[in-house]
Design a protein around this ligand. Structure first.
Ligand SMILES: O=C(O)CCC(=O)C(=O)O
Ligand SMILES: [Mn+2]
Length: 215
């Protein structure tokens, strides 16, 4: 761990994105294989599915969840639910490795009291995208968002508090972790259409873990 800290601080891999937001380059790199194994175990219980927006569109990103609450979208709206609507069962628990990573990244970015109870798992295939949006279905906006990238690289769009604020385009890779909270908690963000590629661990996918305190 000490070497790892040194390696990170040596290369100054924390990139500020905005007041309250930072990109921790490579923060999850050493855990990537174990994180992806855990994602496979979760998906065996709560399968990836393409949810529908309240407006009736099929989302291009496939999703599942772990945690006390899971983020879901359907004709009734966006919300957090303790039960997986596909299986009728509770979502799998958040693995210890996920919690250690998420709370460690939050602390590194200046949020030492992060207590996530929800982890949305996004799976992108080439062409899949997430349009600019705010994460605002949570109750407590004093808690940050921690977002972990695994597998294929992507272009992260990070804007401001208004939809019309032009977003920065930032290339993010396997192991990068973005954290936003405080004055940046409601920043608009998204993912540009994923480019085709092949990753040694995740194949033709990008996997994203988004940790939140939902309730
Ligand atoms: O895939 C990402 O990096 C972003 C995911 C996201 O913004 C979300 O799930 O709300
Ligand atoms: Mn989001």
């Amino acid at each position: 761990m000490a070497n790892y800290e040194l390696w990170r601080s040596d290369r100054q891999l924390t990139e500020p994105l905005a007041d309250g937001a930072a990109l921790l380059r490579g923060f999850a790199s050493k855990d990537a294989a174990n994180l992806l194994d855990a994602v496979r175990e979760i998906a065996a219980i709560a399968p990836f599915r393409h949810m529908t927006t309240p407006g009736g569109y099929r989302m291009s990103v496939a999703m599942t969840n772990c945690g006390e609450r899971g983020w879901v979208s359907d004709a009734n709206g966006y919300r957090y639910d303790a039960f997986d609507p596909e299986t009728g069962r509770r979502w799998p628990a958040i693995p210890e490795l996920f919690l250690t990573l998420a709370t460690g990244a939050a602390a590194e970015a200046g949020f030492p009291n992060f207590r996530p109870d929800a982890c949305l798992i996004n799976r992108y295939e080439p062409g899949a995208r997430l349009t600019l949006h705010q994460d605002r279905n949570e109750r407590d906006f004093t808690q940050p968002i921690v977002s972990v990238s695994l597998g294929l690289p992507a272009v992260f769009l990070f804007g401001g508090a208004r939809r019309k604020d032009r977003p920065r385009r930032i290339r993010i890779e396997n192991g990068d972790v973005a954290v936003w909270g405080g004055p940046a908690r409601l920043a608009f963000h998204g993912i540009a259409p994923l480019a085709a590629g092949s990753d040694s661990l995740a194949g033709e996918h990008r996997i994203n873990l988004t940790f939140r305190k939902a309730c």
